[in-house]
Design a protein around this ligand. Structure first.
Ligand code: 5GP
Length: 160
């Protein structure tokens, strides 16, 4: 079954200096929730390589905690990806392991990017795919920010 994340460590220290600032997140885990082991973070995934500067991107915004860049295969007039700099595989991993401060910074960061892009009005869609059924291709947490036209249904009609 591969390594369990907590056996393997956070992976943060091994994905480069930009990702080391997050410290020991174990102290801030919310209590009373169900914890499941998740797959170890793949340090060679394409977004980890973008964060390390090994692969270029069309940057929209970067600060200490997040990076936002244009999707290479846009599905809307504006299609930007926002990622945390910490080594999290997906939304659930982030919810389980990130500190309250990291989660707040990420959510606020996504909204900040929406305003930077000038799409907060008339609006945009934020979406995060998780796992096989979610259609996730890149195993580093990211949200898609779509804008620039009316975006229609949330999922294809035939999928209900
Ligand atoms: P997912 O399906 O994992 O939610 O979305 C992954 C997204 O990453 C896709 O929309 C895909 O077009 C985008 N993507 C994959 N590789 C690259 C890349 O090298 N650069 C950029 N900018 N986007 C990428």
């Amino acid at each position: 079954m591969g390594r369990h994340r907590r056996d393997a460590g956070s992976g943060v220290g091994r994905v480069g200096p930009a990702l080391r600032h997050l410290g020991d997140r174990r102290k801030s885990r919310p209590q009373g929730l169900i914890w499941r082991s998740v797959m170890a973070y793949d340090e060679t995934n394409v977004f980890a390589r973008i964060l390390k500067g090994e692969i270029p991107c069309r940057k929209v915004h970067e600060d200490e905690h997040i990076l936002a860049f244009h999707d290479i295969n846009p599905q809307a007039p504006v299609h930007v990806l926002v990622i945390p700099k910490g080594a999290y595989t997906d939304w659930d991993d982030f919810a389980q392991r990130a500190s309250e401060a990291e989660i707040a910074r990420f959510i606020r960061g996504v909204a900040h990017v929406g305003r930077l892009l000038g799409v907060d009005e008339p609006g945009y869609r934020v979406m995060s795919n998780k796992g096989v059924n979610g259609g996730q291709e890149v195993p580093h947490l990211h949200v898609h920010l779509f804008a620039g036209r009316k975006l229609g249904r949330m999922v294809p009609a035939e999928s209900v």
